[in-house]
Design a binder for this molecule. Structure first.
Ligand code: DGL
Length: 272
């Protein structure tokens, strides 16, 4: 038995971890933030894949049977290859899940106009993963995407409540709504972005729905564990959570408090 692994390039996955722990408090978790190599959002396919695979293997070596990529960039650029090419050779009983599929599965229930907006990192937007996954389920939905390269650095530097952040949020939202004024649903396709929701709200009509992924991913994980009792039985249940970072632990502890209501004591992780 082992903990459930939750992986992100940095701190954004803590927004997902929060909701997963609220929904599934009984399990043990290991959160791994690859803070030393963040951001992933502006890196190439090959690099994101290689970094993500290394972190997944580390989580497996720490006893995780199930790893959630709580990072859209990693889900977009690495998940499919890891699932199809790597897992069979590593251990076919272990599982790696992402955040994109559960998010798009909700869309049909949410959009009325059938016009959807995506805000995400440049990597996620360039991968086209969202339109591809959305169109597998409903080819009629029109998807407009805007990459927001400044949002993650603003959040990671605790600048997301400043006039500088407001400038970039307004700029990107205007670009999105000008691309398609009929958008009635916006996906926050980056796990950092929920911290900007109050600011985003200022620049869009109240009629436009904003989709945050935390509760969606938590519900989907719950269902997944119900459908896979063999895997569920491999997940230990003492309600604990360890935080691992590839960067300095004091920096992680300070910055994690932007994302979590409680203080954490992270452990340093060397990948090699
Ligand atoms: N949190 C990651 C995501 O959901 C992006 C952060 C990064 O650029 O590394 O895409």
């Amino acid at each position: 038995m082992g903990p459930i692994g939750i992986f992100d390039s940095g701190y954004g996955g803590l927004t997902i971890l929060n909701d997963i722990r609220k929904r599934l408090p009984e399990y043990d978790y290991i959160y791994l933030g690859d803070n030393a190599r963040t951001p992933y959002g502006t890196r190439s396919f090959e690099v994101v894949y290689q970094y993500t695979l290394e972190c997944v293997q580390k989580l497996f070596s720490l006893g995780c049977h199930l790893v959630v990529l709580a990072c859209n960039t990693a889900s977009a650029k690495a998940l499919r290859t890891i699932q199809q090419n790597d897992l069979p050779g590593i251990d076919s009983s272990r599982r790696v899940l992402g955040v994109i599929r559960p998010t798009v599965e909700q869309l049909d229930q949410l959009t009325v106009t059938g016009h959807v907006g995506l805000l995400a990192t440049p990597g996620t937007v360039q991968s086209d993963s969202y339109p591809i996954e959305i169109h597998k389920l409903n080819p009629e939905i029109k998807v407009s995407s805007v990459a927001c390269p400044m949002w993650v650095p603003l959040i990671e530097n605790n600048e997301h409540l400043t006039p500088g952040a407001a400038y970039f949020v307004e700029k990107n939202i205007t670009e999105l709504m000008e691309a398609d004024p009929e958008i009635d649903t916006i996906i926050l396709g980056c796990t950092h972005y929920p911290l900007l929701t109050p600011l985003i709200r200022k620049y869009i009509s109240p009629a436009v729905r904003i989709i945050e992924q935390g509760t969606i991913v938590a519900d989907s994980l719950k269902e997944y564990l119900n459908r896979h009792p063999e895997l569920e039985q491999q997940c230990s249940k003492e309600g604990s959570c360890r935080y691992l970072t590839t960067e300095s632990t004091s920096k992680f502890n300070a910055s994690a408090s932007i994302f979590l209501s409680n203080q954490v004591e992270a452990e340093h992780l060397t990948l090699f």
